[in-house]
Design a binder for this molecule. Structure first.
Ligand SMILES: Cc1cc2nc3c(=O)[nH]c(=O)nc-3n(C[C@H](O)[C@H](O)[C@H](O)COP(=O)(O)O)c2cc1C
Length: 280
């Protein structure tokens, strides 16, 4: 199927069913191969050692740099890591996530205000704006948009990925390992490589659209019913994947219900400030 929009196809309905289960919207809207690719996304946590194809990294970077970027500031950078010792150290920071060591290349996405600071220093000009929370947020958003473009590009080439937010378990150690200057911080990592046999798994269901999309005014009257139904979808998904059968709402509470669930990241503001972001 071409990228041009086409009439609905059997793959359209199947993709929506995989993503939403019983709450899938009807497959009457426009559809194309690009949407098919987006809806087939899943994170992969086991990789073959095969490297990326020649020029593959450059293609991913071109996709990443094609993302929108606030005021064209381009306040992000990418550090690629293939060194086994470095990947092992990063995997340890991430609580022993083995896929970081397994994947042929681990991408570290950097919120980077250091370049703007250098531009200011070279021009002998003050760069007062980089000290503010707003600008840190701009850099983190830019990095995320770039990384997501790279992720979609990777998947379009038959590669798989998984984001690694656990780089924020110890951003200072990550910064030290890759020699970041002040004003630069890894906001997350991304494993990229070919999925090991059987590691792709199923598409993970998402909340029904009605639970996250509101028209004109925020809120849905039957949110509780939709959350209960989604708990059922996720329980069935977890059973099929051989995962622990706690509910999705239970996982939200485990992750966000107490400070302990932050696993040390509740101190992130101070750590980010120590990395050279005043965050005023
Ligand atoms: C910013 C970010 C950080 C993430 N960090 C991790 C991580 O450290 N380890 C991991 O296994 N998955 C991580 N994930 C992957 C999510 O768990 C995954 O996207 C989510 O469960 C939905 O599953 P799916 O991507 O297969 O649809 C992260 C995802 C994002 C967007």
């Amino acid at each position: 199927m071409s990228i041009a929009e086409s009439l609905s196809t059997p793959s359209h309905a199947a993709a929506l069913a995989a993503r939403y289960g019983a709450a899938a919207p009807s497959a009457e809207g426009p559809w194309n191969a690009h949407l098919d690719l987006l809806l087939s996304h899943r994170s992969v946590r086991a990789y073959r050692p095969d490297p990326l194809p020649a020029g593959g990294l450059e293609s991913l970077v071109a996709a990443a740099q094609s993302a929108a970027t606030s005021s064209n500031l381009q306040v992000w950078s990418l550090v690629t890591v293939t060194d086994l010792g470095k990947k092992a150290a990063l995997a340890e920071i991430a609580g022993g996530q083995k896929h970081i060591e397994q994947c042929p290349v681990f991408l570290l996405w950097v919120a980077d205000l250091a370049r703007s600071d250098r531009i200011g220093a070279a021009a002998g000009a003050e760069v007062a704006g980089t000290a503010y929370f707003e600008t840190f947020l701009v850099a983190a958003i830019d990095a995320a948009l770039a990384a997501q473009n790279a992720t979609v590009a990777a998947e379009s080439l038959g590669l798989s990925t998984v984001y690694i937010g656990a780089m924020r378990n110890d951003p200072a150690r990550v910064a030290e390992l890759i020699g970041l200057p002040a004003g630069a911080m890894v906001v997350f990592g991304l494993c990229v490589g070919y999925a090991a046999a059987g590691a792709e798994g199923e598409v993970k269901p998402r909340l029904p659209q009605e639970a996250v999309v509101f028209h004109e005014t925020y809120g849905a009257a039957d949110e509780n019913r939709m959350l209960a139904a989604y708990d059922g979808e996720m329980a069935a998904f977890s059973a099929r994947q051989g995962m622990a059968d706690d509910t999705w709402t239970g996982r939200v509470l485990a992750r966000l219900g107490s400070v302990a669930g932050m696993k040390g990241r509740e101190r992130l503001k101070e750590i980010v400030q120590a990395l050279g972001f005043p965050i005023r």
